[in-house]
Structure formats: C-alpha cells, structure tokens
Write a protein that binds this ligand. Structure first.
Ligand code: ADP
Ligand code: MG
Length: 259
C-alpha cells in the first residue's frame, strides 16, 4: 500500500483552477520530486496536503486512511485537522522559525505538538519532556548543528536556519516530509549544505516530496519526478529517465530552459 495517495485533487482560487485533477501516489521510503515553472501549482499542492489550504475536490489518503475527501469539507473538528496534519512535515522556502526561540526550542516545540496527541501526555509529562529534549538534540546533531542548539535564528546563517527547520519537521515524525524549494532563498554557497542533508535523508529512505528547481539534484536524489505545468501533471516517471529523456515536448522545453 502506498504511504500517500492523491486522487483527482482540485483547487480553485476564485474562478482560477489552480490544481486540475492531480493524482499520484508515493511509496514508503521513496523520494518524489516535483518540478515545473513558477505558477504551475506546486506550492498550492503542498499546502493542500498540509491542510494550509482547503481543496475543492478529490481525496488524499495516508497509509490507506482518508486525510481529506471532498465530503468532509469544513466539517472536521480542529483537533482532528491538527491530528491529520501531523502526517506531514513541511519545510518552507523561508524557514519560518520562531525568532524568539532558540534552535533547540524551535525543534522541541514541534516535538511537544506531537506529544500532546499521546494519551499519556498529562500523566507522564516530565518523562515525555525529557524525551522531547533528547530527541531534539539528536536531530540537531544529525543536521550538523549540535553546537548551535542555543542560538537564536538571527544568529544563524540561512543554511543553518533551514537545517533547523528540517530538524523541526523531523521532530513531528511525519509519514511524509515535504520540502518547498528548500534552497531557493539561500545564497548559492549555502545551498550545498542543505542539499547534502536532504540527500542523506533520501539515503536513509525517508519518504519525501521535494519541490525543487535544482534539476541535477532531483535527478540524482529522487526516485520519481513529476513535471507540473498549468495545474496538471504533464509527465511523471523515474527521476533519471524524466530529466534526461522526457517523453513530453512541454517537459523537454521546460528542462531546456534550465540549460
Ligand atoms: N492564496 C491565493 N489566492 C489567489 N491565487 C493564488 C493563491 N495562492 C496561489 N495562487 C495562484 O495559484 C497559482 C499557482 O501558484 P503556486 O502554487 O504558488 O505555484 P508554484 O509554487 O508552482 O510557483 C498562481 O497563479 C498563483 O498566483
Ligand atoms: Mg512555489
């Protein structure tokens, strides 16, 4: 059974159809890269998966359970939305760390969010808090940031902030980790450190969706690639095949524009 199944997903903003019947699935341990020109709907798709936007139709299943179907529009209690959102961890273009908290506290907050869903949270609060802190420290360590735990976002470089944001997303223990152009806000000399971290997550078979304009990265790190244009999936295939030998003319044109 795939970890994620998206069926006929639709999203409109006023009269504009932004996502037109998007369907795809993602297998456990696979990395899926989504490429496509600006305005093709990539961010909107990730936002729909993460409940930051309400789709207008279709269905989303995680491990066979519905997390969205057009029938439950507007009817879900807030607690249920929160619980379902925890299937996904989202890393934005612009990091979005809380500026008033240290790196460690940013990661711990995500851990708390997850822990609050545990039935034993009240009774074992002290132990759980200690676990959250250990786990946050070990995630920062995995991101190469053990010595930056006490730093505030403004004391960190963009690449370091983005790695904190990745640690924070991992603290949610998501079924699917999503990246929205994770390096596009970074100076070129800082993209490498972030791409290396994502590559190592892929090597550890983290289930991921990566929206990126780094074509060589998508080719080397993703298992599958989807090319989107104008709110539709134009082409989908194994990463190397799609990037090096696309079948569709529109995909070819897009890739050629990247030189
Ligand atoms: N909140 C919004 N309200 C109205 N239009 C939006 C909104 N968000 C995105 N759009 C429009 O949806 C289209 C797709 O945007 P987006 O998903 O950001 O594309 P991409 O991430 O591929 O660049 C664009 O035309 C954009 O202007
Ligand atoms: Mg976008």
């Amino acid at each position: 059974m795939p970890v994620l199944e998206v069926k006929q997903l639709q999203k409109r903003f006023e009269q504009n159809e932004i996502l037109k019947n998007i369907s795809f699935s993602l297998e456990e341990g696979d990395a899926l890269s989504i490429i496509g020109p600006s305005g093709s709907g990539k961010t909107t798709l990730l936002r729909c998966l993460n409940f930051l936007e309400q789709p207008d139709g279709g269905a989303i299943y995680v491990k066979g359970s519905p997390v969205y179907s057009s029938g439950d529009r507007g009817r879900l209690p807030e607690a249920e939305v929160r619980r379902r959102r925890l299937h996904f961890g989202l890393v934005f273009q612009s990091f979005n760390l809380f500026p008033q908290y240290t790196a460690l506290d940013n990661v711990k907050l995500a851990g708390e969010l997850l822990a609050k869903e545990r039935p034993d949270y009240r009774e074992k609060r002290r132990e759980i808090r200690a676990e959250i802190e250990d786990r946050a420290r070990s995630l920062l360590d995995r991101m190469g940031l053990a010595d930056r735990a006490g730093h505030y976002p403004h004391q960190l470089s963009g690449g370091q902030q983005q790695r904190v944001a990745i640690a924070r997303a991992l603290a949610l223990e998501p079924d699917i980790l999503c990246f929205d152009e994770p390096t596009s806000a970074l100076d070129p000399e800082l993209t490498g450190e972030v791409l290396r971290v994502i590559r190592s997550l892929a090597e550890q078979r983290t289930t991921m969706i990566i929206v990126t304009h780094e074509m060589a990265f998508a080719r080397d790190v993703a298992d599958q690639v989807i090319f989107m244009d104008g709110g539709v999936i134009v082409e989908q295939g194994p990463a190397r095949q799609l990037i090096e030998a696309p079948k569709e003319e529109r995909t070819r044109q897009f890739l050629n524009s990247y030189g």
